[in-house]
Design a protein around this ligand. Structure first.
Ligand SMILES: NC(=O)c1ccc[n+]([C@@H]2O[C@H](COP(=O)([O-])OP(=O)(O)OC[C@H]3O[C@@H](n4cnc5c(N)ncnc54)[C@H](O)[C@@H]3O)[C@@H](O)[C@H]2O)c1
Length: 279
C-alpha cells in the first residue's frame, strides 16, 4: 500500500511507485547551475515535466533540449529573476498555460562561490552592506517569493511539495581553516541567508502541513566543482567520507522529498554531507 500526497491510501502501489512523479510538473530555479541541472535530470527521470528557471535562460534552453531528446517528458526553459515578484508571477502564468498545473518547486537559485556577488571574497570586517543585501535578496528573499507565488497555487490545489536548498553553512559555521591560500571564500551573508532558508522552511511547513503542501530542505555538503586541490584535500581530511560530494549525489534526496515517498515528511532538513555534521 502507498499513501498519496493527500494522505489517502492507494492500494496496490509499490514502494518503487511512491518515488514516481509521472504527470507532475516541477519548477527548478538556478537550473543553469551545477546542482540545478542534476535536480532537473532527477525529476525528469522520475517522470515529471520540468521547468528550468534561471537568469541564464540560454543554458536552461540547452538543458531543456537535452532532457526532451532523452526522455518522454516535456522540459520548458524560462527566464526569471527570483528577487522580483513579477518575474515569479510570469513563471507561474507560463507554467499554468503550458501544463495547467504545478506540483513541485525547487528553490535552488543562489549566490554561491560559483555565481558570486561583486565583493564575495572580502573578509568579514570589510564586507560591504551592498553585497550582504544582494546575497540575502537572492538566497533568502528569492526563496520567500518563490514560496509565496508558487505556494499560493499549491495551496489552491491542496497538494504539492516545496524543496528549498539550504547549506551546511546554515547549520554549522564554515571551518575558517579550510580557506586560506585556496582562493575560495565563504562570506557571512551566505551562512546567514541559508540559516534563514531553514527557518522559512520550518515556518511554512507548519503553516501549510494540514493543507496538503509540504515544505522541506536539502542541505548539501561541499560539492566538487573543479575546486583547488589544496581545498579539496583539506576538505577530505575534515569530512568523515574523506571527499567532497559528486553533483549527482543530491538526486535521491530530491526525488524522495518531491514524491509521495515522503508524504508524511514536512519541515525536515535532509542533510547530505558525507557525515560532515556528524562529528
Ligand atoms: N555546490 C555546493 O557545494 C553547495 C553546497 C551547499 C549548498 N548548495 C546550494 O545548492 C544550490 C545550488 O548550488 P550550485 O552549486 O548549483 O550553485 P551555482 O552557482 O552553480 O548555481 C546557482 C544558479 O542560480 C542562478 N541565480 C543566481 N541569482 C539568480 C536570480 N536572481 N534569479 C535567478 N537565478 C539566479 C545562477 O545564474 C546560477 O545558475 C544553492 O542554493 C546553493 O547555495 C550548494
Amino acid at each position: 500500500m502507498a499513501v498519496r500526497t493527500d494522505g489517502q491510501i492507494q492500494p496496490h502501489a509499490s514502494t518503487q511507485d511512491m518515488f514516481r512523479l509521472d504527470r507532475h510538473v516541477a519548477i527548478v530555479t538556478g537550473a543553469a547551475g551545477l546542482l540545478g541541472e542534476q535536480h532537473a535530470l532527477a525529476l525528469s527521470d522520475a517522470g515529471a515535466h520540468v521547468v528550468l528557471v534561471d537568469r541564464d535562460v540560454e543554458t536552461c534552453q540547452q538543458r531543456a533540449r537535452q532532457i526532451t531528446e532523452h526522455s518522454q517528458v516535456k522540459a520548458l526553459a524560462l527566464s526569471c529573476d527570483v528577487t522580483k515578484k513579477s518575474s515569479w508571477e510570469d513563471v507561474l502564468q507560463q507554467v499554468l498555460s503550458e501544463f495547467g498545473r504545478v506540483d513541485v518547486l525547487v528553490n535552488n537559485a543562489a549566490f554561491t562561490t560559483q555565481s558570486r556577488s561583486k565583493n564575495y571574497d572580502r573578509g568579514f570586517l570589510e564586507f560591504p552592506l551592498e553585497d550582504w543585501n544582494q546575497i540575502l535578496e537572492v538566497n533568502l528573499a528569492g526563496t520567500f517569493l518563490g514560496c509565496q507565488v508558487i505556494g499560493s497555487e499549491l495551496i489552491k490545489r491542496r497538494s504539492g511539495s516545496i524543496i528549498n536548498l539550504a547549506s551546511l553553512y546554515g547549520v554549522v559555521s564554515p571551518n575558517h581553516r579550510l580557506y586560506p591560500g585556496t582562493g575560495i571564500h565563504q562570506p557571512v551573508a551566505y551562512s546567514v541567508s541559508k540559516a534563514g532558508v531553514l527557518a522559512l522552511t520550518r515556518y511554512l511547513a507548519t503553516l501549510w502541513a494540514d493543507q496538503g503542501v509540504r515544505v522541506n530542505c536539502i542541505t548539501p555538503g561541499g560539492v566538487f566543482n573543479g575546486h583547488a586541490e589544496l581545498f579539496a584535500t583539506r576538505f577530505g581530511a575534515l569530512c568523515p567520507s574523506s571527499r567532497m560530494a559528486r553533483p549527482d549525489e543530491m538526486r535521491g534526496a530530491l526525488v524522495y522529498l518531491a514524491s509521495s515517498a515522503s508524504s508524511y515528511c514536512t519541515g525536515h532538513n535532509l542533510v547530505v554531507d558525507g557525515g560532515w555534521t556528524a562529528w
